[in-house]
Design a protein around this ligand. Structure first.
Ligand code: IDP
Length: 151
């Protein structure tokens, strides 16, 4: 089983889409291992998006991610990182395929609702950045044998 970090960004919370998006991840079969609503400060936003430092959109991106509360979580499941990324769709909501989260709810490059880790290395780094070890909870979901086949 693989863990991945998701952030329901401020546009998602403000547009009251958080429940609908979390429901998609749950319906897919992903297990919620951690979840909290927080106000992000600039230091945390800059650390999270460190790979984009210096790019023309960086300051605007930090304004955006600190512009209202976010819901941040850890999801677990078979190939969770790529599963979540494909559920999100392309970065730019204009180009994202219908049926994906960004394709269905976003028409913006920046305001694209949800972040998902893009590799195992990013997931490890991001989960440690956003959660203390005790905040990520191990438990078995009821009926897990109907979702996971062990393959
Ligand atoms: P990803 O979220 O699909 O992995 P990244 O390229 O890692 O996309 O970019 C991180 C975030 O930065 C995007 O989700 C989006 O919110 C924002 N972003 C990326 N490119 C641009 C841009 O050209 N203009 C404005 N914001 C951007």
């Amino acid at each position: 089983m693989q863990k991945t970090l998701i952030i329901l960004k401020p546009d998602c919370v403000q547009r009251r889409l958080a429940g609908e998006i979390i429901a998609r991840f749950e319906a897919k079969g992903l297990r919620i291992a951690a979840l909290k609503l927080i106000q992000v400060d600039r230091a945390l936003g800059e650390k999270h998006y460190a790979e984009h430092a210096g790019k023309p959109f960086f300051e605007g991106l930090i304004d955006f991610i600190t512009g209202g509360p976010v819901v941040v979580g850890v999801l677990e499941g078979n190939e969770a990182i790529s599963v979540v990324r494909s559920m999100l769709g392309a970065t730019n909501g204009v180009a994202a395929a219908p049926g994906t989260i960004r394709g269905d709810f976003s028409i913006s490059k920046q305001n694209n609702l949800v972040h998902g880790s893009d590799s195992p290395e990013s997931a490890t780094r991001e989960i440690a950045l956003w959660f203390k070890p005790g905040e990520v909870v191990d438990y078995t979901v009821a009926g897990a044998q109907w979702v996971f086949d062990g393959a």
